[in-house]
Design a protein around this ligand. Structure first.
Ligand SMILES: NC(=O)c1ccc[n+]([C@@H]2O[C@H](COP(=O)([O-])OP(=O)(O)OC[C@H]3O[C@@H](n4cnc5c(N)ncnc54)[C@H](OP(=O)(O)O)[C@@H]3O)[C@@H](O)[C@H]2O)c1
Length: 292
């Protein structure tokens, strides 16, 4: 059977490097992004290095739930799916809403991958043994762990809200792994560590992105951030490629692959059933995986 993969935000940064790794492993890769020119360049690059299974680009703004639904329909129409890498992620210096009127950090980092995954489950089941990989982040450790509403209490601090959305996405991955046990669909999370990409370039220039407490330590925080995000995206992509393809993970699920490209313990709050339940309730309410 032809093995297929979808990488969201796969036309640049860590996603493109992930797509290159999956193509080299013999998968026919679909990369998703907004910009058609960037998409064409990505496909060209993938096909130049791994021409055996031609790649393709699908355009979708993953900040829009309608766009996610249309993307899922398009992918489902192609038949079984072997790998879904939920790589899209974004951090915003100022609070903003998505086109659906939902706070954008939560919409892009959690609701969009949540909805895409739920809608692609039939294709993933048909493609089993298949894998879902959610790209996570060390920023989860600085997150508020309350999920009774989209926005946490207190002020907007982009880095912490990003970490909280990533925490929701990690909790969802672990919850989904348990839900899909014995279906042949495995669910992993992959932490890329850090890399110099469009996302990290510029987001930590202003101390307002972190909480007032951390602002007091701003020079230290900024230096640490710059150091940890100075490496190449090709290295950061290894955890996702490993999670999506490595034989040592066959038959396993609910595993987190760390920046060192090996299984690590899941960040404990993400495995808390109360967090999982609150995330599930919020996600089902805001992004129902059924029509209407
Ligand atoms: N970089 C790091 O240090 C780091 C650390 C920890 C975790 N991560 C995680 O790793 C993943 C990749 O991060 P990255 O640094 O590679 O990000 P990035 O450089 O911002 O990613 C660029 C890619 O994202 C696409 N993209 C952005 N917004 C999109 C949207 N709304 N809809 C569709 N595509 C969109 C871009 O395509 P278009 O411009 O064509 O839309 C492009 O393909 C994210 O989940 C991030 O949270 C990154």
């Amino acid at each position: 059977m032809r093995r297929t993969a979808v990488v969201t935000a796969g036309t640049g940064g860590i996603g493109l490097e992930t797509a290159l790794g999956l193509a080299a492993a013999g998968l026919a890769v679909t990369v998703v992004g907004r910009d058609a020119e960037r998409g064409a360049r990505a496909v060209e690059r993938i096909n130049a290095t791994a021409p055996a299974h031609p790649a393709r680009f699908l355009a979708a703004d993953l900040a829009s739930l309608d766009a996610v639904r249309a993307l899922a329909d398009r992918i489902t129409a192609d038949g079984p799916l072997t790998v879904l890498v939920n790589n899209v992620g974004a951090m915003f210096p100022d609070r903003r809403d998505s086109v659906d009127g939902i706070e954008a950090t939560f919409a892009v980092n959690h609701l969009s991958p949540y909805l895409l995954t739920e809608l692609l489950l039939p294709a993933l089941r048909a493609g089993a043994p298949s894998r879902v990989v959610n790209v996570t982040s060390g920023a989860t450790a600085l997150a508020k762990r309350v999920f009774d509403a989209v926005e946490p209490p207190g002020g907007y601090y982009g880095f912490h809200w990003y970490g909280r959305a990533k925490l929701a996405n990690l909790a969802y991955a672990l919850d989904l792994a348990a839900r899909l046990d014995d279906t042949g669909v495995s669910v992993f999370a992959a932490d890329p560590g850090g890399a110099a990409t469009g996302m990290t370039d510029g987001t930590m220039r202003d101390p307002s992105i972190v909480s007032p407490g951390l602002r007091l330590l701003w020079p230290l925080v900024r230096r640490k951030f710059e150091r940890s995000t100075s490496g190449p995206a090709s290295v950061a992509a290894r955890s996702s490629v490993f999670a999506a393809t490595d034989d040592s993970l066959a038959g396993r699920t609910g595993v987190v692959i760390g920046p060192g490209v090996r299984p690590v313990a899941a960040y404990r709050p993400a495995a808390d059933p109360r967090v999982a339940e609150a995330v599930r309730r919020l996600s089902e309410r805001l992004a129902p995986a059924v029509a209407g």
